[in-house]
Design a protein around this ligand. Structure first.
Ligand SMILES: C[S@@+](CC[C@H](N)C(=O)[O-])C[C@H]1O[C@@H](n2cnc3c(N)ncnc32)[C@H](O)[C@@H]1O
Ligand code: SF4
Ligand code: SF4
Length: 374
C-alpha cells in the first residue's frame, strides 16, 4: 500500500478502557463492556517500541483517539504526548476525549504541551448523559475549562440526536463563552448499521430509525433517534430513508463502487493499544469485533477471516515486527488487492466500500466542515 517513509499521520489508540458507556460505541454490547474486549493501556515504553523515533519525526499529525477507549484513561498519556513533542516538535497532537476523567490540574498539565488540541465529545448540556451515560458533564466542562485556561486549544464535538437537538445553540454559545476554538455538530451515520452488518442490539422494527439504550443488566432504558431537524441528520441517512429497497441498493453499491482509501490518501496508519498496526480504525474494529462479541452476538467476519488467512494478528504486532514488514505484510497487500475484486462475495472488503466507496462515505459527511474531520 505504502512504505514507512510515506507515513505522515498516525491514529493512535492509547487505551481500550473507558468510563462512559456510550450505547453506540463498539466497545459495548447490550449495555456492558463487550465480553471479549482486551482492556489495556499502552505504556510509553510500548509506544517507543512500536513507533521508532525516525518515523515519528516525519509525522505531521498524531490523532490520539481509538476505537475502544478514552485516551485520558491511559496512565502514561502525558508521558507519551511529551515524548511525541520532544521527538518531533512540528507534529500536531489531537486528543479525542469525553472529558469526564482526571482532574482540572491534569488537564492543565496536558495543555502545557505545545501544539496540542483536545476534541471534547460533549453531546448536550443537560442531555449529555443520555449518550455519554457515565460521564459527569459538569466535571467534563470543568476539565475542558482548565485545559483552555492553561493555554490548550479545544474543540467541542456535539453528536446530534432527537434528545439533544434543542440544546445545540445553547451549547454553541457556551463553547464560545468558555473559549473553545471550534464547535461542531456531528451527524452520526451509525443508525445505518443494519444496512451493512448484523446489528444484534436492535429489536424487530428498529430499522435505521431507533437504537435502544441498555443498562448494564441488559434492560432497555431508553432509545436513541436521529434529530427531527433534517439539517442535523447525516446526508446518507436521509438518502437511505428515501430508498425503498434500501438493503438491496446498499449491497449493490458495496459491490460496484470504486474505493478511494482514506488511509492511503492521507498516508496514515492506525496503532492499537495492543500494539497492532492496521491501515485504519475501521479495519481494526472489523478484524477484532468477532473476538469482542464471541458467541454472544453475530457480526461480519470478512476482515477477521482475511487476517486469519494471511497470517493472523501476530503478523501486525509492532512490538514483534518492524513497521516496514507490517506495511508489506500479506494482510496489507490483501487489503489493497481486495479493492479491485468484482463484489463483496468475491473478496471486496465491505468496510472499505462503506467508509471509502466513492459517492457514499457516510463517515466523511458527518461534519459540515470537512477540514475538521479527524
Ligand atoms: C471510540 S471513540 C474514542 C475517543 C473518545 N473516547 C471519544 O468518545 O471521543 C472514537 C470516536 O467515535 C466518536 N463517537 C462515539 N459515538 C459516536 C456516534 N454514535 N456517532 C459518531 N461518532 C461517535 C467519538 O466521539 C470519537 O470521536
Ligand atoms: S467515550 Fe468514546 S470510547 Fe468511551 S464509550 Fe464513548 S465513544 Fe466509546
Ligand atoms: S476502510 Fe479500507 S479503504 Fe478505507 S481507509 Fe480503511 S483500509 Fe482504506
Amino acid at each position: 500500500m505504502y512504505t514507512v517513509s510515506d507515513l505522515r499521520q498516525l491514529h493512535l489508540e492509547v487505551s481500550t478502557r473507558c468510563n462512559a458507556e456510550c450505547p453506540m460505541c463498539a466497545r459495548n454490547l447490550f449495555g456492558a463492556t463487550a465480553p471479549g474486549l482486551t482492556e489495556t493501556s499502552m505504556t510509553l515504553n510500548q509506544f517507543r517500541t512500536c513507533m521508532p523515533e525516525d518515523v515519528l519525526a516525519k509525522l505531521e499529525v498524531v490523532d490520539i483517539c481509538g476505537a475502544y477507549g478514552d485516551p485520558a484513561i491511559a496512565p502514561e498519556l502525558l508521558d507519551i504526548c511529551r515524548h511525541i513533542q520532544a521527538t518531533s516538535p512540528a507534529t500536531r497532537i489531537r486528543i479525542y476525549s469525553n472529558g469526564g476523567l482526571r482532574t482540572p490540574k491534569w488537564w492543565a498539565q496536558l495543555a502545557k504541551i505545545p501544539d496540542i488540541t483536545t476534541i471534547f465529545a460533549i453531546d448536550g448540556l443537560t442531555t449529555n448523559e443520555v449518550y455519554r451515560r457515565k460521564v459527569d458533564t459538569d466535571k467534563a466542562l470543568r476539565n475542558a475549562t482548565a485545559f483552555i485556561d492553561a493555554g490548550g486549544r479545544a474543540q467541542w464535538d456535539y453528536i446530534a440526536f432527537a434528545h439533544n437537538e434543542h440544546e445545540i445553540d445553547a451549547a454553541r454559545a457556551h463553547a464560545t463563552d468558555l473559549g473553545f476554538a471550534e464547535f461542531q455538530v456531528k451527524k452520526t451515520a451509525r443508525f445505518l448499521r443494519p444496512l451493512y452488518e448484523p446489528a444484534p442490539e436492535l429489536r424487530p422494527g428498529d430499522g435505521i430509525g431507533t437504537v435502544p439504550i441498555y443498562d448494564r443488566t441488559g434492560e432497555v432504558v431508553g432509545e436513541l433517534r436521529p434529530p427531527a431537524d433534517e439539517r442535523l441528520v447525516n446526508e446518507v441517512v436521509l438518502w437511505a430513508r428515501s430508498i425503498e429497497a434500501r438493503a438491496e441498493y446498499f449491497d449493490e453499491f458495496f459491490d460496484t463502487c470504486a474505493v478511494r482509501c482514506l488511509a492511503l490518501d492521507s498516508s496514515a496508519i492506525f496503532l492499537a493499544a495492543t500494539g497492532h498496526v492496521y491501515p485504519c480504525c475501521w479495519l481494526y474494529v472489523q478484524a477484532t469485533l468477532p473476538e469482542l462479541y464471541g458467541k454472544h452476538a453475530a457480526t461480519d467476519r470478512q476482515v477477521h477471516d482475511l487476517l486469519t488467512d494471511t497470517g493472523g494478528p501476530d503478523t501486525l504486532d509492532a512490538a514483534e515486527h518492524p513497521l516496514d514488514d507490517i506495511l508489506t505484510s500479506n494482510f496489507f497487500t490483501a487489503v489493497e488487492n481486495s479493492w479491485s475484486a468484482d463484489s463483496v462475495a468475491g473478496g471486496k472488503l465491505k468496510v472499505c466500500s462503506r467508509v471509502c466507496g466513492e459517492g457514499f462515505s457516510a463517515y466523511r459527511r458527518q461534519f459540515d466542515r470537512p477540514d475538521l474531520v479527524p
